[in-house]
Design a protein around this ligand. Structure first.
Ligand SMILES: Nc1ncnc2c1ncn2[C@@H]1O[C@H](COP(=O)(O)OP(=O)(O)OP(=O)(O)O)[C@@H](O)[C@H]1O
Ligand SMILES: [Mg+2]
Length: 318
């Protein structure tokens, strides 16, 4: 359950997880696919007092709409034709005392959203075909890789449910915005994934440079897959560019060595950064263009500028 990374964003995330784990507050985790949302949800659970009980992950996109209600809430005997004669307990009741994780929450149908909203408001539920309410003692966490606010504004997600879920919002940033975590993740996965075949795997420095220049559209999951593949197909326990080259998608590949240097774990190189700022311009337009060139957000660029000890510069005309 280790969350690897020392970037400011990951350190802040770890701190928030620690704090929120001590409470029963509803948490909404957002981030691109493969950034580690489920890992964050599980970390909250294992650090909470509910850790000995169930972590019930429910993929809202995977259960057919027609089965969703009975799967979640269970049903009484004879609730509908085809129902099991003894009735059935639902996933929410099974999670009693533990944590319920609504994964891909944006995929919930509007009708189910209405029912879930009621449960989230009162911590009570009804089995299908029953009139009596059952108390629920669970902690709710939801995750989405689509922007839930956008879904709400489009009318695809209930407004009231959105605000019910958005109590503690956590965002897991894409890997391309925290490239300094790449070497740590590489070491971690070489260790964990190489264990079964005796360990001691290494990565060729040229491949590491390529990893730093790549934008990782599939985020940490993609990086993990690359390492797994590399371990399988490398020679002499050394992962090389040649072994992994076919896996890189050129659309996301290499923005030049400047990006590599700026993302280096030893911190940004002030001289390189100064030169780039000179070239692109110190004003907001220039910084926006530079951030795009490097494949990082404007906020990250400002952070790098601060970390390099450079002043933010005059903002000038924009
Ligand atoms: N910071 C991290 N440290 C170690 N492992 C990580 C980290 N982030 C993600 N992983 C690993 O990467 C893989 C993908 O993470 P996870 O399944 O949590 O992503 P996700 O955000 O839920 O993706 P999706 O939106 O596609 O469901 C998992 O194997 C997870 O353990
Ligand atoms: Mg997931």
């Amino acid at each position: 359950m280790k969350i690897v990374g020392e970037s400011p964003a990951i350190c802040r995330l770890r701190e928030l997880i620690r704090k929120v784990a001590a409470t029963d507050a509803i948490v909404l985790i957002q981030g691109e696919s493969g950034t580690g949302k489920e890992l964050v949800a599980r970390s909250i659970h294992v650090q909470s007092s509910r850790c000995k009980k169930e972590f019930m992950a429910i993929n809202c996109g995977a259960i057919p709409e027609s089965l969703m209600e009975s799967t979640l809430f269970g049903y009484e005997k004879g609730a509908f034709s085809g129902a099991r004669s003894g009735g059935q307990i639902g996933l929410l009741e099974k999670a009693e005392g533990g944590t319920v994780f609504f994964d891909e929450v944006s995929e919930m149908s509007l009708s189910l959203q209405t029912k879930i909203l009621r449960t989230l408001e009162r911590y009570k539920m009804r089995r299908v075909g029953s009139n009596s309410a059952i108390d629920l003692n669970v902690r709710f966490i939801a995750a989405s890789n689509k922007n839930l606010r956008d879904a709400m504004e489009r009318g695809a997600f209930r407004r009231d449910l959105y605000f019910r879920l958005d109590v503690v919002p956590l965002t897991v940033p894409p890997l391309r915005e925290r490239k300094e975590d790449i070497p740590l993740l590489v070491d971690w996965f070489l260790d964990v994934l190489g264990k079964d075949s005796g360990g001691a795997y290494r990565m060729d420095p040229a491949l590491m440079r390529q990893f730093m220049a790549y934008d990782w559209p599939g985020n940490v999951r993609e990086l993990r897959n690359f390492i797994e593949y590399g371990i399988l197909f490398c020679e002499n326990k050394t992962l090389t560019v040649a072994a992994l080259e076919p896996r890189f998608d050129s659309a996301y590949y290499s923005r030049g060595t400047a990006a590599v240097e700026l993302a280096s774990p030893s911190g940004p190189d002030a001289t390189a950064l100064q030169a780039l700022l000179q070239r692109f311009g110190h004003n907001v337009t220039g910084k926006k263009a530079l951030a795009a060139h490097l494949g990082i957000s404007l906020a990250t660029l400002y952070r790098r500028i601060r970390e390099a000890g450079l002043t933010a510069g005059k903002s000038g005309r924009s």
